[in-house]
Design a protein around this ligand. Structure first.
Ligand SMILES: [Zn+2]
Length: 541
């Protein structure tokens, strides 16, 4: 079987991998390329395959650089299922529609100019209808359930701990009497984070396709980043300035809200510091927060505890969700000490660009970067220390203080990536590094080879690799969802059997002494029933 790397190879965006076996062709992720103009042009290019020939797609998580070309795929003829977790489906419903609106608006704006110039009109990459059609093709799969997708293909999702609903993809692929266990890491998170669960450790694979966003970085600790954020807010507030936080609407925005909730509701309960207004100005973040509230089953224990105690971590008294455009504009007509959380996270689009325009020039204000800033984005330019930027055709001086708090990152850093690989029960014979820039990948490759002794390769865009399967020696049965259903059916039968026996008790035990000797037959049936349920629970893991 073969894997072709068609995105997030030699860069971090546009995740898209084509797997071809004897029987099927399928994709893992189908994301948008993001960043500079050159990257974004790649979205317009035709796919490297015929979308109508793809049997199904497996989606690791909702972020648009992993899901954002799904509507294009559907528009161009893909009709199969898109397998993902429940929370990812819910988030994609918001994000893909939002992405489609952005595509439509962009083209509309350009077309107005093109009409005046007498040029041909452009078509959007995809429309809201295409996005709605894509969402209809989603099929949800529970974490940890083995799902037979087609002949010789079994899928299981483990938790990636990156954003709500994020999954590590485990695949058992069989052809010609050979089996290969392949893992796509998706984006891996870090343990002990607010809201979501820790990434699953201790998996096994023959081949590993792994992200490497921060392959050469050691993050500041989460606790230190939080402390620094609170200090920046207090210092800026004391000068009457604004703190602008560009944040990915899904995941990072909620995490920052969660941290501020913790600060204002608990640490600052005595009111030592002023409760300055915190605005969340991103329609998508407002929507996504609702999805977070609806998917609390996926939370980590601390957050569940908080909710059990009656605290909604996405609400505190000085927090305001901005809904309308007018309200958003009004924010820029007043000057006060406040925090504005707005998207997009790399400041490439969205309302945050307006807030940057109105605050970057102000030396009393601050911009706090809390996520990855891809090459070519406005966020990256600010991080790299430019003196001025162009926003809405206007030259804006950068006088505000720019802070980078990578400790809030949703991506594993080098130590975490290493311990994740090292925790593997059966280590892969080869690792393919994707989703990273070269300065992060080269050192990671070296350390994987030297410390963990696994040959690793940095893949390039368009590269195809052939995977070698293992002979299936002992026919060890794979447990599928169907097997589990069958098991349920059997225990149902046992239950019926018990009832039938009880009903006929009188006639069966009519003979003297039989009931004394065999009366425990019901106990035995209950025991079998219980054991079957236990087995069901056990294989669910
Ligand atoms: Zn991601």
């Amino acid at each position: 079987m073969k894997i072709k790397f068609l995105g997030a190879a030699g860069g971090v965006t546009g995740s898209n991998y084509l797997v071809t076996t004897k029987n099927v062709k399928f994709l893992v992720d189908c994301g948008l390329f993001q960043g500079g103009k050159e990257e974004e042009l790649k979205n317009q290019e035709p796919f490297d395959f015929n979308p109508a020939e793809i049997d199904f797609v497996i989606l690791t998580h909702a972020h648009i650089d992993h899901s954002g070309r799904l509507p294009k795929l559907v528009k161009e003829g893909f009709r199969g299922p898109i397998y993902t977790t429940l929370a990812t489906r819910d988030l994609c419903e918001i994000m893909l529609l939002d992405s489609a609106k952005i595509q439509e608006n962009d083209v509309e704006w350009q077309n107005r100019k093109r009409i005046r110039a007498g040029k041909d009109l452009l078509q959007p990459l995809y429309t809201v209808t295409d996005a709605e059609n894509a969402v209809r093709q989603f099929q949800t799969v529970h974490y940890y359930n083995k799902e037979q997708l087609s002949e010789g293909i079994i899928l299981r999702f483990a938790d990636a701990g990156h954003i709500l609903g994020s999954a590590i993809v485990e695949l058992w692929l069989r052809e010609d009497g050979k089996e290969t266990k392949v893992i796509f890491s998706g984006d891996i998170g870090l343990p002990n984070r607010a809201i979501i669960r820790d990434p699953d450790m201790g998996l096994s694979a023959d081949y590993l396709i792994m992200e490497s966003t921060y392959g050469n970085t050691v993050h500041q600790t989460y606790a230190d980043s939080k402390k620094e954020l609170i200090k920046i807010i207090m210092d800026t507030a004391a000068k009457g300035g604004t703190v602008v936080i560009p944040a990915f609407a899904v995941g990072r925005a909620q995490e920052i809200i969660y941290q501020l909730n913790e600060f204002y509701e608990y640490e600052n309960r005595d009111g030592r510091y002023p409760n300055i207004p915190v605005y969340v100005d991103s329609p998508m973040a407002v929507e996504a927060t609702k999805t977070f509230i609806n998917n609390s089953a996926n939370y980590g224990e601390t957050t569940k505890e908080l909710i059990r105690n009656g605290d909604n971590p996405f609400e505190f008294k000085n927090l305001h969700y901005v809904e309308s455009v007018e309200e958003s504009r009004r924010l820029n007509t007043i000057r006060e000490a406040r925090v504005i959380i707005s998207s997009s996270g790399m400041a490439t689009a969205g309302r945050v660009r307006h807030h940057l325009k109105h605050n970057l020039w102000d030396p009393d204000s601050a911009v706090v970067l809390v996520g990855y800033q891809a090459n070519g984005t406005l966020g990256r330019m600010l991080r790299d220390g430019v003196n001025s930027v162009k926003l809405f055709g206007e030259e804006i001086a950068v006088r505000a203080k720019i802070y980078d708090l990578p400790g809030f990152s949703a991506h594993a850093d080098e130590p975490m990536l290493l311990s994740w690989v090292d925790s593997m029960e059966q280590k892969p014979k080869k690792i393919f590094l994707v989703h990273g820039e070269e300065d992060q990948q080269q050192p990671l490759k070296k350390v994987l080879e030297q410390k963990i002794k696994i040959p690793s390769e940095i893949v390039t865009l368009g590269q195809e690799v052939e995977l070698e399967g293992k002979e299936i020696t002992s026919e060890k049965a794979e447990i599928t969802t169907k097997d589990k259903e069958d098991l349920k059916e059997i225990w149902g039968k046992v239950e019926v059997l018990g009832k039938e026996l009880l009903e006929r008790k009188g006639s069966i035990f009519a003979e003297e002494g039989l009931e004394e000797r065999y009366g425990n037959i019901y106990e035995a049936l209950i025991q079998i029933h219980r054991s079957l349920m236990d087995i069901h629970m056990h294989i669910g893991k």
